[in-house]
Design a protein around this ligand. Structure first.
Ligand SMILES: NC(=O)c1ccc[n+]([C@@H]2O[C@H](COP(=O)([O-])OP(=O)(O)OC[C@H]3O[C@@H](n4cnc5c(N)ncnc54)[C@H](OP(=O)(O)O)[C@@H]3O)[C@@H](O)[C@H]2O)c1
Length: 272
């Protein structure tokens, strides 16, 4: 499996997103993905499925050291004590004594970002998490994290797919060698029916969804975490690791409108 290595992070570029899967369905999807060769699972406290993810990896037979496990504290949690408590809960539910990556899920307006990052760094120093990262951060947040706090964050998980323009934050991240984890890489499934992507896919006998993921994986230091409950989706997404688009395909995708933001809750920051 292709991996991203940066700042001590070693993470498979394809992971399994788990949002909106809970209980036995989530456990089965995790077991299926691990059996197919996935070694990167993305969960979060707010998904309400950490226990199912924990049960899934434990019954899969894959040893813990071979799995990259990411979690995130609830988006309402920003206070250092709450961050420590949330991390302890994640470890317990996920049936592990460390996380490979722990993220600050949302920088909410009014968050004391330096204090939150210091708490995250404490978790890393205590060996509870191997690496720390952030999600949904804009350039302004990243400047605080990297330039002011000098927090050793190893990635920013942001919405990234063929229909959104993320140029400002990507430019800053690339200047600081900060990998991207693309969430909602299929625009919550909408891209599976996208006509222009399907037209590109017909040239290679692949699907529109595979084209969307291939476009992301074509870019350096980008990982993708499509949620895929069905085994056929999991398999199709694994196949993307060996697909390549050409310049003509990239030109078609570059010309698509880039105005779709799927994840924009009321507490989201003002986007760049
Ligand atoms: N940090 C954040 O704030 C944040 C926010 C949102 C999401 N996330 C993470 O990102 C992950 C992905 O986002 P998402 O789940 O919202 O949306 P997504 O991955 O963009 O889309 C998921 C949808 O695409 C379908 N799909 C997957 N592979 C497919 C394929 N090869 N062909 C056709 N359809 C396919 C899935 O169907 P089936 O499941 O039926 O196979 C599901 O309906 C989440 O699960 C979560 O882990 C993070």
């Amino acid at each position: 499996m292709d991996t991203i290595t940066a700042h001590g992070l070693r993470m498979p570029r394809l992971g399994l997103g788990t949002y909106r899967m809970t209980g036995a369905r989530c456990q089965a999807a995790v077991e299926s993905a691990l059996a197919l060769g996935y070694r990167h699972i993305d969960t979060a406290q707010m998904y309400g499925n950490q226990d199912a993810v924990g049960a899934g990896w434990q019954t899969s037979g894959v040893v813990r050291e071979d799995i990259h496990l990411t979690s995130k504290g609830h988006h309402a949690i920003q206070d250092p004590d709450q961050i420590r408590t949330a991390c302890a809960e994640s470890l317990s539910l996920l049936r592990t004594d460390y996380l490979d990556l722990y993220m600050l899920h949302w920088p909410r307006p009014g968050t004391n970002l330096p204090a939150a990052l210091e708490a995250m760094m404490g978790l890393r120093d205590a060996g509870l998490v191997r690496q720390i990262g952030v999600a949904n951060c804009t350039v302004a947040h990243l400047r605080v994290a990297i330039e002011d706090v000098r927090a050793p964050i190893v990635c920013n998980q942001i919405e990234y797919h063929v229909l959104i323009d993320q140029t400002p934050v990507l430019t800053y991240m690339r200047a600081h060698d900060l990998p991207v984890i693309a969430h909602v890489p299929l625009a919550q499934g909408m891209l599976a029916d996208h006509e222009a992507l399907a037209t590109i896919g017909r040239r290679y006998d692949i699907s529109a969804a595979q084209v969307a993921l291939a476009w992301l994986l074509d870019q350096p230091d980008v990982a993708v975490i499509p949620k895929a409950e069905r085994r056929e989706s999991q398999l199709a997404n694994l196949e993307v690791l060996s697909l390549r688009l050409d310049d003509a395909d990239r030109a078609v995708i570059a010309a698509l409108p880039k105005t779709l933001r799927c994840v924009n809750p009321p507490f989201a920051p003002r986007w760049d």
